[in-house]
Design a protein around this ligand. Sequence first.
Ligand code: HH2
Length: 271
Amino acid sequence: MVALEQRFPRPSVMGVVNVTPDSFSDGGVNLDPRAAVASARRMLAEGAAIIDVGGESTRPGSASVTADEELRRVVPVLEELEALPVSIDTSKAEVAARALELGAELVNDVTALRGDPALAGVVAEAGAYLCLMHLRGEPRTMQDDPRYDDVVAEVALFLEERLAFAVGQGIPEEAICLDPGIGFGKTVEHNFELLRRLGELTALGRPIMVGISRKSSLGKIMGDRDAKTGSTAASVGAAVLAYERGASIFRVHDVREHVEALTAARAVVAP
Ligand code: HH2
């Protein structure tokens, strides 16, 4: 296997395609498989390195769905995208296994292998890439007054421990990237502190993925306390500075804008 950092050189863009009725920013848009496939192809043409296909929303307050429902949503999309670079956003071994059979190369697990005890074995067996994300609590309740003594230190410790766990389960370290989980059990201040001090996470020695695209913290800092989403411009601004602080992979909804901005940022930082 090629190490993840070679397969996804800094900066790489991951396009988000949520095949769900209720995702916070594109819910419903891609519920029809044909629309999802068209979105994925467009994002690849715009320069995405990979498309993250998800069949379960993890937005604050969301309810979980069964494996059968998740499969019903994502399989028709994965079948159409079989020869293209795809990641599966799931915590369920059954969904990951089917996606990997259909050609997915990365499993994006927001529970960092805590959701389904069978998932690590599926990833190891397939020789797939894996993203381990920090999430405090569970989506239904995670935004109820999250508190940390030192959010960055706690996230770093968690990711280090989950990385060791994954390696212990037979997944090579070179196949793994880490994600601070922007918006998953964190206040606006926590989210920006994690980006400000991203160097403490890159120090763990694995590529860092960042997903701040359109998240509500970006809307809230514009003065709308009840914002549910943030703008594309705000997303791009945060992504560029996360790149400068060492982030490698950017999970985004607006691919063209991020590819252009990150290409310009790279020309400044690493000509
Ligand atoms: N954010 C979301 C979902 N999956 N995976 C990683 N690794 N990092 C993230 O920040 C991340 C993620 C939430 O965003 P979205 O998929 O747009 O919405 P929803 O969960 O409502 O489907």
